[in-house]
Write a protein that binds this ligand. Structure first.
Ligand code: DX5
Ligand code: ZN
Length: 224
């Protein structure tokens, strides 16, 4: 996986699970680069979703990178099962575990890219302390827990500050944004410095998910 260019990562949280394979195929046909899986435990966030069985099911559908976003307490409990199920990226929140740096190393040892996610209220210093260990830094542009929320007004400023932090440290990590990404908000996030874009509701409630993925990418490219 290269750090150049733009990646669109549709979140299956918003897919119609009765037609998961079909909807994933539509997103991939539109050029989706990664598939994003939102894992929620009803503790770290007030909602329950998927486990490693969803990763395994998606892995049977595609060879594309599977981008697991763990909104769970003690994410270290899931490193091994997610790696075994075929996850490519494993991102967790620093408040959810005591030994952040140890878990980043454990993720990489299992052959996955290691990501850290910052909630809107989480300071950048959490990431700065471990910046050399990060393959990916995820900026939450909504408070996590649910799809289809609105992009927060302060999000672009935070993305800019994260981009400056990565540049200052000459870090090559992906800068991913997640929450409220639509054809209206994606260009601002891209201009602010994001390179990887999660989109759930925008893609999977569209009548034409393939076209929506193409449109999201186009909106980034016209602002370059
Ligand atoms: C939020 C999740 C997001 C969410 C994005 O808790 O981490 O990945 O599914 O969904 P949309 O694009 O609908 O805001
Ligand atoms: Zn997510």
């Amino acid at each position: 996986m290269t750090t150049n260019g733009i990646r669109i990562a549709p979140s299956v949280l918003s897919a119609d699970l009765t037609r998961l394979a079909e909807q994933v195929a539509q997103a991939l046909e539109g050029g989706a680069d990664w598939l994003h899986v939102d894992v929620m435990d009803g503790r770290f966030v007030p909602n329950l979703t998927f486990g490693a069985n969803m990763i395994a099911a998606l892995r049977r559908l595609t060879d594309k990178p599977i981008d697991a976003h763990l909104m769970v307490v003690e994410p270290e409990r899931y490193i091994e099962p997610f790696a075994a199920a075929g996850a490519s990226v494993f991102t967790f929140h620093p408040e959810a575990t005591v030994h952040v740096q140890r878990q980043l190393e454990a993720v990489k040892r299992r052959g996955m890219l290691a990501g850290l996610a910052l909630n809107p209220g989480t300071p950048l210093t959490y990431a700065e302390e471990v910046i050399a260990d990060l393959d990916l830094l995820l900026v939450m542009t909504v408070n996590p827990g649910f799809g289809a929320q609105s992009y927060l007004p302060g999000a672009n400023d935070k993305i800019q500050r994260v981009r400056s932090l990565l540049t200052a440290h000459r870090a090559q990590a992906f800068l991913e944004v997640d929450g409220g990404i639509t054809a209206q908000t994606i260009a601002g996030a891209h201009q602010a410095g994001a390179d990887t874009f999660v989109a759930g509701n925008a893609v999977f409630t569209s009548a034409d998910p393939a076209r929506e993925v193409q449109e999201l990418r186009r909106r980034c490219l016209v602002t370059v």
